[in-house]
Structures are given as C-alpha cells and as structure tokens.
Design a protein around this ligand. Structure first.
Ligand SMILES: Nc1ncnc2c1ncn2[C@@H]1O[C@H](COP(=O)(O)OP(=O)(O)OP(=O)(O)O)[C@@H](O)[C@H]1O
Length: 309
C-alpha cells in the first residue's frame, strides 16, 4: 500500500546561528502531494529551512510540522519515524552532505537504504540497479563514493533519496547535479518518483527553468523570510535571467542599499512604459471623456439651481 503524502508546515520560525539572525518569523506551507520550489539569493536561508525540516537543526522559535506531526516536539523516536518517511539530499557536494556511507560501494549504499525499509532481496537488487541506470551511475556501481567524480557522487546522493520511494522528498540545491549531460535523466527520475508515490517534494534551487518546469508552487525566500508565494508557472512566467528574477521579486530591496545600476534600469523601464502608455491613449477617447465631464457638470448645476429656486 502506498504511504500517504504528508504536507509540511513551518510557522513563525526564527533562527539565530552564532549570534547572527538567519530566519525571522518565517512561515511556509508545503501542500501534500505537490512540488514546492524555494528560491532566493545565496545566504537567504534556504538550507537552514531544509535543516529544520529534516530534523538537523532546531529553530529558536516556531514550529515545524510534517504530516501534522511536530518535528521538534515528537521526541527522538518520533523524529526517527518522521525521518524514515522522507528521502533527503542535503546541499553541497561533499561526502558528508550527500549522506553516503564512505565504506560502501554505490550499489551497497542503495541496498542499505532498501534493506532498512524492509525490501526483500530480489526487489532490492532490481530497484538499486534500475536507479543506478536511471541516473547514469551503472559504471560506478562498484566504486566507493570517494573514488567518484563529485557530480556522480551527488547523483548517488539523489539516488539514495529516491530509491525507497518514500512519500516525502527534500532536495537542497540539486543544481550541482544539473549539468547539461545529466539534467534530462534527473528530471525523468524525479518524474518517475512522483508517478510512483504521488509524494510531496520540496526543493531549493537557483535554476529558474527547473523551478518553472517542475514546481507547482514557488516560495521566494529573502533575508530569512518568505516574501512571495504562488504558482511557479505564473510567478516565473517571462523570467529568463537572474536580472529578470531580481526585478520581479525586488530581491535587491531585501539585501541592503539598492544598486545604482538597478535604479537607472528602473528609470529606463519607467520611461519605456510611459512611452507605451502614451501610444495606447486614443485622442478621440480623451475628447469624449472631456465632453462627458462637462455635460454631467452642467446637469448637476442646473438641477441644483432648480432646487434652490
Ligand atoms: N553553521 C553555520 N554557522 C554560521 N553561520 C551559518 C551557519 N549556517 C548558516 N549560516 C548563515 O546563515 C545564513 C543562511 O545560510 P543558508 O545556507 O541557509 O543560505 P542559503 O539560502 O541556503 O544559501 P545558498 O543558496 O548559498 O546555499 C548565511 O548568512 C550563513 O552564513
């Protein structure tokens, strides 16, 4: 039987690390069975949100819920159960970040996860081999993670998160995997996971195209707060570059003083839109509006005078 996809919710999250505020009153809803993409500039707090959701870092204030369960109020056993229900890929490309066992080969790393989730031997072999193939890792099945190139190690981390078809998936900064040669396979593997589990996926990325193609929902995180949420397709419609992204979401407003280049670019855009507006005003319409105002004023004055007399 397929496990139900959990919703995720962060409420009023405030986090201070080394006396520096990182998140402040952050709220985020991740609907069950859908894909939510979190975007925002470097240092905005995306990884910190992931660490709260995955039970790695307790916030100073606020609550984190997964499937209605309080992640930080469930005790060690509860936390373990919640963690068992999710596949996780942490940011960064080091061995530690990818949650891989250094002493196990690529194949054994996947087999370990599958055994932990109670799969029988035949299904373990079938699933591990299929996942290695899907993510172009056949050639390194017998290699230890340390001996692999960083991009392959990263894909193995993703394979580990996907292989047991858990109903929740949290992927921090998968951009590292998304080189031109491998991104179609990665997107296909994610689509396969989604089809099989109908699960909930939260991912963080800087990749606008990926967010638009994959995301149902988009949340923009800036300076430790969610500043915008909505449909990923609608919010990212027509955005092709980081400059477009910054302009639409006014990201630079949240990062200290604005840059002169942005101000000059805004002025130019205003000038252009004024020019566009002037061209769309029809002189006949202006004349008709003035005549209408004069007629209405005369009628009102006549009625007022008649009333006074
Ligand atoms: N362990 C830590 N010690 C000190 N500061 C930290 C630590 N972890 C995070 N921070 C600080 O918290 C802020 C948010 O970091 P975080 O990694 O969550 O941002 P991010 O949005 O994921 O960035 P990126 O897109 O570059 O991965 C940054 O200013 C960072 O320096």
């Amino acid at each position: 039987m397929r496990a139900a996809a959990p919703g995720m919710r962060l409420t009023g999250i405030t986090t201070v690390i080394d006396d520096s505020p990182v998140l402040h009153r952050l709220g985020l809803d991740v609907p069950a069975g859908e894909i939510t993409v979190v975007m925002g500039p470097s240092g905005a707090g995306k990884t910190t949100v992931v660490r709260h959701l995955t039970g790695l870092l307790e916030p100073d204030r606020g609550t984190v819920e997964i499937g209605g369960r309080d992640v930080w109020g469930s005790g060690p056993d509860g936390l373990r159960e919640i963690r068992n229900g999710m596949g996780v890929l942490l940011g960064g490309s080091s061995l530690f970040d990818s949650s891989l066992f250094a002493s196990l080969t690529a194949y054994e790393n996947l087999d370990y996860v599958l055994k932990h989730h109670g799969f029988g031997e035949a299904e373990r072999e079938q699933r591990a081999m299929a996942m290695l193939h899907d993510l172009a890792l056949d050639g390194v099945a017998s290699s230890l993670p340390d001996a692999m190139p960083a991009h392959a190690r990263r894909r193995l981390g993703l394979a580990r998160a996907l292989v047991a078809d858990r109903p929740a998936l949290i992927l921090d900064d998968i951009d590292v995997c998304l080189d031109a040669a491998h991104s179609p396979r990665i997107l296909a593997a994610l689509a396969g996971w989604r089809e099989r589990t109908q699960g909930t996926l939260l991912l963080t990325t800087h990749n606008i195209r990926l967010a638009r193609e994959l995301g149902d929902h988009l949340a923009i995180l800036c300076n430790g707060r969610i500043i915008t949420t909505g449909s990923a397709a609608e919010l990212l419609n027509g955005i092709d570059s980081n400059e477009d992204f910054d302009h639409r979401f006014r990201v630079s407003d949240f990062l200290g003083p604005p840059r002169m280049a942005d101000i000059l670019a805004d002025r130019e855009r205003d000038r252009e839109s004024r020019r566009g507006l002037q061209m769309t005003i029809d002189p006949m319409m202006v004349r008709a509006a003035i005549i209408g105002i004069v007629v209405v004023t005369l009628v009102v004055m006549t009625l007022t005078l008649a009333h006074l007399i």
